[in-house]
Design a protein around this ligand. Structure first.
Ligand code: UDP
Length: 251
């Protein structure tokens, strides 16, 4: 396990999953969709794609609605219903991102895990792979299509089934810390962790379910700050920005 400040050049990826939380689509502390923020993400991703990496983006919906938060103290909505609402939120984000990317001249496909004819094409694994092979950026929305999980789990699931080389998790902090950096100014930033380190120290990387899947299949995860200009491009290029989480052998 290494600590903050150490950076080494990583491998160039052939195919990645880029997980972007809904918070990337609005200002800190706000909600909704801000097209300037969407365009900022679109530009960086498009630039990275021009270096040849195949990119599948899994979008969150937390800027609009998170199922678990929506139902806490609100018993008039079944929690499953709220999770479906959360999944629909990711579709709205996807529509915004697709138009932003296409306004830059980037070839994209929006694929949804909940069938929605007339809005987006259904997520079909073989078709998704085909789009990637043709150099299109695919935007994957509606999570897994099932309630009670988050889009982190969807990102892990898609990374495995699409044979990605890494799962790149874009967040608003610099990586994985020893404590919550927004509350504890002395929290340490890690540059390199094994899945075992994460579990032993109970570190917040992704949902338990998502991290367990990545560990089981040795899928490396890079957690990095998307708000720093150029970071999305660097992460996709294979630079070790943020924290790299991997199995004992793959570091
Ligand atoms: N969601 C779900 N199943 C999935 C993915 C997402 O039910 O497979 C719901 C869940 O309620 C979640 C919401 O959609 O809170 C929005 O996704 P998420 O919270 O992961 O968004 P992010 O925090 O990444 O913006």
């Amino acid at each position: 396990m290494a600590e903050a400040g150490q950076t080494t050049d990583g491998p160039r990826y052939r195919r990645v999953i880029l997980k972007i939380s809904g918070e990337g689509f609005c200002n800190v502390g706000e909600r909704g969709i801000l097209m300037d923020s969407v365009l900022h993400i679109a530009r960086q991703t498009f630039r990275a794609a021009q270096h040849g990496t195949q990119i599948a983006i899994v979008l969150g919906g937390g800027n609009i609605l998170r199922g678990a938060q929506f139902t806490s103290g609100n018993s008039s909505v079944h929690e499953a219903t709220a999770h479906y609402m959360g999944m629909l939120a990711t579709v709205m984000n996807g529509l915004a991102l697709q138009d932003a990317m296409e306004s830059l001249g980037c070839d994209t496909r929006l694929m949804t895990a909940i069938k929605m004819d007339g809005v987006a094409e259904p997520y079909i694994r073989r078709r998704a792979r085909r789009h990637l092979e043709k150099g299109r950026i695919i935007i994957l929305v509606a999570g897994t299509g099932s309630p009670f999980v988050t889009t982190d789990t969807a990102a892990a699931q898609r990374a495995l089934e699409l044979d990605a080389d890494a799962l790149l998790k874009a967040t608003r902090v610099d990586g994985v810390f020893s404590d919550d950096p927004e509350k504890n100014p002395h929290a340490l930033l890690y540059s390199d962790l094994t899945y075992e380190d994460v579990q032993r120290q109970n570190l917040r990387v992704m949902d338990q379910e998502a991290i367990a899947k990545c560990q089981e299949y040795d899928m490396p995860i890079l957690v990095f700050n998307f708000r720093k200009d150029g970071n999305i491009e660097r992460a996709i290029r294979g630079d070790r920005v943020g924290t790299f989480v991997h199995g004992a052998k793959s570091g």
